[in-house]
Design a protein around this ligand. Structure first.
Ligand SMILES: NC(=O)c1ccc[n+]([C@@H]2O[C@H](COP(=O)([O-])OP(=O)(O)OC[C@H]3O[C@@H](n4cnc5c(N)ncnc54)[C@H](OP(=O)(O)O)[C@@H]3O)[C@@H](O)[C@H]2O)c1
Length: 194
């Protein structure tokens, strides 16, 4: 049974993926977020909740102990958060990281020039790619609430295809990545509706 630490657990995609893990796997989840009182525990037998900021090394390292996989669902100061996450994983001996980024960070979307609003996503991805961790970076298109699981993957060397992707599609992929050893390790994947 895999233990998954979810960083930024009150995020829209993180909440959807928490539900998805609970419904589709036997994974144990640790939800890490600021102001934890915002989140009710959806299943106390399988979920525990830790209050903390990803930039707080000691709290983050304590939360990582005993976990198998880190799934980072962050926003804002992404480069600092990536640096902090990589450092805490090194300190605690964790290797598997799934990190949510955005489409467009390599200028890989046909017809769309790179925009500086993506700098935090590009810079955090570069920090993770420079690490020795078993990472998978996901670059989703626009998130939709469409229920369907329907997505295609493009590798870093390929142009991004499509525009949007459902939350459920991403949650399905995140769960597969977390629970399948070696799947798409050291990859940066574009994810969009097929
Ligand atoms: N919406 C789209 O169409 C789209 C498309 C592609 C990519 N993305 C990106 O995909 C990522 C996930 O999406 P989402 O909708 O789940 O984002 P979200 O709802 O904005 O969630 C991001 C979470 O990161 C947390 N966070 C930020 N700084 C933190 C810190 N220092 N310590 C702990 N937690 C911190 C926030 O916590 P607080 O609640 O405490 O602020 C928030 O809950 C985001 O980066 C988003 O920009 C979105």
């Amino acid at each position: 049974m895999t233990r998954v630490l979810i960083l930024g657990a009150n995020g829209q995609l993180a909440r959807n993926t928490t539900r998805y893990f609970l419904e589709h796997s036997d994974a144990q989840l640790r939800l890490y977020l600021r102001r934890a009182s915002r989140l009710a525990n959806p299943d106390p037998r399988r979920v525990d909740i830790v209050e903390g900021d990803v930039l707080d090394q000691s709290t983050l390292q304590a939360a990582m102990r005993g976990q198998d996989v880190v799934y980072a669902n962050l926003a804002g100061s992404m480069a600092q958060q990536a640096t902090s996450s990589v450092a805490a994983m090194h300190a605690t001996g964790l290797r598997r990281l799934i990190f949510i980024s955005s489409m467009g960070i390599y200028g890989e979307v046909p017809g769309e020039p790179y925009r500086s609003v993506l700098d935090p996503y590009r810079d955090s991805a570069a920090i993770i790619e420079a690490s020795d961790l078993d990472y998978t970076i996901l670059r989703p298109g626009w998130l939709t609430r469409d229920e369907a699981v329907d997505y295609r993957i493009t590798q870093k060397s390929e142009p991004f295809r499509g525009r949007d992707v459902s939350l459920n599609s991403l949650s399905d992929l995140i769960a597969k990545l977390a629970l399948t050893p070696g799947l798409q390790v050291r990859s940066s994947l574009g994810v969009s509706r097929g």
